[in-house]
Design a protein around this ligand. Structure first.
Ligand SMILES: [Mg+2]
Length: 107
């Protein structure tokens, strides 16, 4: 006798490749809509940072995650993930260079 099991939504999500989900979202909603979502999420992160500076509660981690997700989708759409990674490396090196001799300087 064969037994048939049905995966729950949580099980399906656990075994789903995050890149597949992002690709499906791009296909389903379209790049123009996902750019709008990215702009909204960046604004929400901006707001969270302002709230923090004013001593109010702020979901900074959640908003950073939202921005990451939307940035991943945009990079995926333009097929620039490697280029982004390379720019990141270069810019972090440049930042390290600008800090040489400036230890202890803080704003
Ligand atoms: Mg958000």
């Amino acid at each position: 006798m064969m037994t048939q099991t049905t995966a729950t939504a949580a099980q399906v999500i656990d075994h789903t490749d995050p890149d597949d989900v992002l690709k499906k979202a791009l296909d389903l909603y379209g790049i123009m809509n996902q750019m709008d979502v990215a702009i909204e999420e960046m604004a929400e992160l901006t707001q969270a940072l302002i709230h923090y500076k004013r001593g109010r509660s702020a979901n900074i981690a959640e908003e950073i995650a939202d921005v990451y997700i939307t940035m991943e989708q945009i990079a995926m759409y333009f097929d620039i993930k490697d280029e982004v990674a390379e720019f990141r490396k270069i810019k972090i090196k440049r930042l390290a260079l600008t800090m040489i001799g400036k230890e202890g300087v803080s704003t």
